[in-house]
Write a protein that binds this ligand. Structure first.
Ligand code: KIV
Length: 271
């Protein structure tokens, strides 16, 4: 059976039906091994363009390419047979025109087999979202803090002043009305996250938004403590950064002392 024939356990329609119901559990993944480990615990895996920082050491998501998203999307699809897999459209792949966005969204879906694509933006991206959705591409929106616009707006949380609320809610409504089945709401005041969730008909997925959102997402490597510092909205469920540090230090000292490899890690001669 090819990747296109395989019926995934969690579909876009399943996610869309979770508005106001049991929270949708989402995490990011970029590799087959991590996708395999997460698959049974989540409803949705996002191949986020955060891959640029997490895996490739880029300073932000601006330098992420279609080729990177396709390669990591394919890896995640191989590792995760259950979850609904969404792949981010990278910066520059969808803004210029609806037709350009369509060509790149088709490429992401055909070359990875993913269930949907995600793109950043509010009312200004609504015509593009509608164009894609009407042509068979499920789209996830992304409002609030939009990391691809870091060079314009930085990384500050949004909606911490009441006068910012109407614009952000109007953006989320425009994205939902254009047909996005779900919308990521990033780094907004908690009260705004709750109000926005009540104001839109589609599923909201919070990251630094509010527990009132219809689901939550975190960058997995943030959540398992691989980075020394993480944003305020990250809860660290493990401390793998220090565990790797300790393991590497022990390995280095045993290699230097010739205590590794021990006899059980070596091959004996055969008669
Ligand atoms: O790229 C990413 O990981 C994301 C999440 C922060 C939602 O867009």
């Amino acid at each position: 059976m090819s990747k296109f024939e395989r019926q995934r356990a969690v579909t876009v329609r399943d996610i869309a039906a979770r508005k106001g119901k049991e929270p949708v559990v989402c995490l990011t993944a970029y590799t087959a091994l991590v996708a395999q480990l997460l698959d049974q615990h989540v409803d949705l895996l996002l191949v986020g363009d955060s891959v640029g920082m997490v895996i490739h050491g880029l300073p932000n998501t601006v330098g992420v390419t279609m080729e990177m998203m396709i390669l990591h999307g394919q890896a995640v699809m191989r590792g995760a047979p259950q979850a609904c897999v969404v792949v981010d459209m990278p910066f520059g792949s969808y803004e210029a025109s609806k037709e350009h966005a369509m060509a790149n969204a088709v490429r992401l879906m055909q070359e990875t087999g993913c269930a949907a694509v995600k793109l950043e933006g509010g009312a200004e991206m609504a015509p593009t979202i509608e164009f894609l959705v009407k042509r068979g591409i499920p789209v996830m929106g992304h409002v609030g803090l939009q990391p691809q616009s870091v060079n314009m707006h930085g990384y500050a949380a949004k909606g911490r002043k009441r006068e910012e609320w109407d614009g952000i809610i109007a953006d989320a409504q425009a994205v939902a009305e254009a047909g996005a089945f779900a919308t990521v709401v990033e780094a907004v005041a908690a009260d705004l996250g709750a109000e926005l969730t009540a104001a839109v008909p589609n599923v909201t997925i919070g990251i630094g938004a509010s527990a009132a959102c219809d689901g939550q997402i975190l960058v997995t490597e943030d959540m398992i403590g691989l980075f020394a510092s993480t944003p305020t909205f990250v809860k660290r469920y493990a401390e793998w950064g220090s565990a790797i540090d300790e393991a590497a230090a022990n390995y280095a000292s045993e290699v230097k002392a010739r205590r590794f490899p021990a006899e059980e890690h070596t091959y004996s001669m055969r008669d």
